[in-house]
Design a protein around this ligand. Structure first.
Ligand code: FES
Length: 251
């Protein structure tokens, strides 16, 4: 939404500046210590959410942070309409307590003035409250911030072949290719020559999943058809991806 200043023209801005006295010298502002700032989010909320950006080391999340500050008049803050409602800081004038203290930032949305809820108030109402406020004005604002959290590093899954080797494998590896690369014979006798090469057509790659069946990718449509009369612990190695620790036996 366009700022009120933009919507109504320069007269509004001039009015505001004269009210907040942005062009007047200001005394040293009395402000609340930064330690008084309060955050409305919890670390546990972040873990349950998909990051909007990610890199090799961090996941990035958008958050709204609630901050309480006390500033001296004149604030030197130019206000405009916020979306979907209320009023936000459009810019700060040099010499005002908002800019001098560094406690307000462009885009901050006013939530409370002297403990009165202004989160949905219109521009004129907010201006009236600021004009009537004492020299020291307690404000509560809402700020958009970006939080980065170190990525959780999951250990590689372990594949154990009963009667054979056990070791780490890359997450998402093909069960068939991993068994073959371990040196264990997945196919017996002539099946080594007649298997379909992982196309899901021969059913010669069946394994019995002894532990960790939940750590394999879900049954494919091919498996649902070809394993219908097999024990429920059987999987076709060419169809299954390893997503966690699993132990298999070659029947
Ligand atoms: S290798 Fe043929 S079905 Fe798996």
């Amino acid at each position: 939404m366009a700022s009120l200043r933009a919507a109504l023209g320069s007269s509004v801005a001039l009015c505001l500046l004269s009210v907040t006295g942005a062009w007047m010298p200001v005394p040293r502002p009395a402000v609340m210590p930064m330690a008084a700032a309060r955050s409305s989010h919890r670390a546990s909320d972040i873990r349950a959410e998909t990051p909007f950006r990610t890199d090799d080391q961090f996941d990035y999340f958008r958050r709204k942070k609630s901050v309480s500050v006390t500033l001296s008049k004149p604030l030197g803050a130019v206000l405009g309409e916020a979306a979907p409602a209320g009023v936000k800081i459009e810019e700060m004038q040099e010499g005002g307590s908002a800019a001098e203290s560094g406690l307000l930032k462009k885009g901050d949305r006013l939530i409370e003035i002297l403990d009165a809820d202004v989160s949905t108030s219109d521009f004129d109402s907010v201006m009236s409250m600021l004009i009537d406020a004492p020299e020291e004005v307690a404000l509560k604002i809402e700020r958009n911030v970006i939080i980065k959290k170190p990525k959780e590093v999951k250990p590689d899954p372990v594949l154990t072949i009963k009667g054979g080797p056990s070791g780490d494998v890359a997450m998402g590896s093909s069960l068939r290719l991993t068994i073959q690369s371990s040196g264990v014979d997945l196919y017996k006798g002539m099946n080594k020559l007649t298997n379909c090469g992982g196309a899901g057509q021969c059913s010669l790659c069946m394994v019995d999943v002894v532990e960790g069946s939940e750590n394999l990718s879900p049954l494919t449509a091919v498996e649902q058809k070809r394993l219908a009369k097999k024990p429920p612990t059987y999987r076709m190695a060419c169809q299954a991806l390893i997503e966690g620790d699993v132990t298999v036996e070659i029947p």
